[in-house]
Design a binder for this molecule. Structure first.
Ligand SMILES: O=C(O)[C@H](O)[C@@H](O)[C@H](O)[C@H](O)CO
Ligand SMILES: [Mg+2]
Length: 398
């Protein structure tokens, strides 16, 4: 019987190139090795918890050594039994997510099939992408408009951005006007057939969020994402939906269980759910969440903001999701080393991605790059700009 022989953990980074997504200037890649020498890869969430996540993966590693890697559901339930806090701990959830992704990669390689083949087969021949990470250092409406045009020239048919500068909790009239002017400039630059998605990063209190959503409706966003502080999601989103029923609301990047997805869906608070395969318990969790969204008639736009193994794992998941709306991508805006980790195997074709159809994740991981980029340390922290915004945008322009 094939067993898990080891789980290696690679924190990789080149801090000097932390351009668009400062929260993910590090990537945490896991390499699961079996007794017959096969290797599966996964990825965990870095952000301001790199060392904690690495330690949490070590806990999963201790449990997994010697186990049958193909008993994926059994392994999840056993670890759920032992771990005790996995539904309450982001670190525990992302650690397990990374290993679950690697187990699916191994199963695909064992079966000689891409992961989507055993998730229900190919539903989406190609995946519509939206660009994120494209607006580093954009401050004025003109900055955003110019860069948005470049994004369209790359082939993207959709793009997401956070136009809210340095506002948090509350935003005054001037701040709202600045945000409106940035969105207006992008809408005028790209025209009405390119989708605009507005990212709020859960910045605002409920009253500010309602005022903001009302102001943004004129631009017909594909959705507005995380308009209110995530701990206010239930009451806050309900008030937003009541006040502005015509705007699609998207949340979900922070959920770590199918139960959290259910709490959002059963209250009718979300129009587009954005679970993330690197913290919503890998393919095992995402498949459960997908079934729920289908039952509630909610579309999927999986969050995807960290690294290359996450990128291809998400595409494998997307391939068999009939209620997929659109897929987030930072891929084209990363430093080159991140794309090199998967030999730059993914290509945007007229705004869409084809899903690799080779076994497992469908791409090779470049172990030379993994070794070269190995890194000990933490994500950079800057007091003057939260790590979760696109670099250089936490500014006013008036
Ligand atoms: O929708 C997104 O891609 C996310 O909100 C990113 O913009 C965040 O900054 C990151 O996920 C923080 O960890
Ligand atoms: Mg987001």
């Amino acid at each position: 019987m094939t067993t898990i022989k080891d789980i290696e953990i690679y924190s990789v980074s080149d801090l000097a190139t932390a351009k668009a997504s400062p929260w993910a200037s590090v990537s945490i890649i896991v390499r699961v090795v079996t007794s017959d020498g096969q290797v599966g890869y996964g990825e965990a969430v870095p952000t301001l918890r790199v060392n904690q996540v690495v330690k949490a993966i070590e806990e999963v590693r201790r449990f997994m050594i010697g186990k049958d890697p193909f008993r994926i559901e059994y392994l999840f339930r056993e670890w759920y039994k032992h771990e005790f806090y996995i539904s309450r701990s982001f670190e525990a959830a992302t650690a397990y997510s990374a290993v679950d992704i690697a187990l699916h990669d191994l199963l695909g390689k064992y079966l000689g099939a891409p992961i989507y083949q055993f998730l229900g087969g190919l539903v989406n021949e190609k995946i519509k992408a939206y660009a994120n990470g494209w607006y580093s250092d954009c401050v004025t409406p003109d900055d955003f408009a110019k860069r948005a045009k470049e994004v369209v020239s790359m082939g993207f048919k959709a793009m997401k951005f956070d136009p809210f500068g340095p506002y948090f909790d509350h935003m005054d009239e001037e701040g709202l006007e600045e945000a409106v002017e940035r969105v207006r400039a992008v809408r005028e630059a790209v025209g009405k057939y390119v989708d605009i998605l507005i990212e709020v990063h859960g910045r605002f209190n409920v009253n500010t969020a309602i005022k903001m959503v009302k102001a943004m409706e004129q631009f017909d966003p594909l959705f507005i994402e995380e308009p209110v502080h995530p701990d206010l999601n239930f009451e806050g989103l309900a008030k937003i939906k009541a006040a502005v029923p015509g705007v699609r609301i998207a949340v979900g990047e922070r959920i770590i269980s199918v139960e959290e997805a259910l709490q959002l869906l059963e209250r009718g608070l979300v129009d587009v759910l954005q679970p993330d395969i690197t913290n919503a318990l890998g393919f095992t969790g995402m498949s459960r969440i997908r079934a729920l969204t289908e039952a509630y008639g909610v579309e999927l736009a999986p969050h995807n903001a960290f690294g290359p193994v996450q990128h291809v794992a998400t595409l494998q998941f997307d391939a068999s999701a009939y209620n997929l709306l659109i897929q987030e991508s930072f891929y084209e805006f990363w430093p080159q080393w991140k794309r090199d980790i998967i030999n730059n195997a993914i290509r945007l074709e007229d705004g869409y991605y084809r899903v690799p159809n080779r076994p497992g994740l469908g791409v090779d991981v470049n172990e030379k790059v993994l070794a070269e980029m190995r890194f000990e340390g933490m994500e950079p922290f800057h007091e003057e700009e939260p790590v979760w915004v696109i670099k250089g945008t936490w500014k006013r322009y008036r």
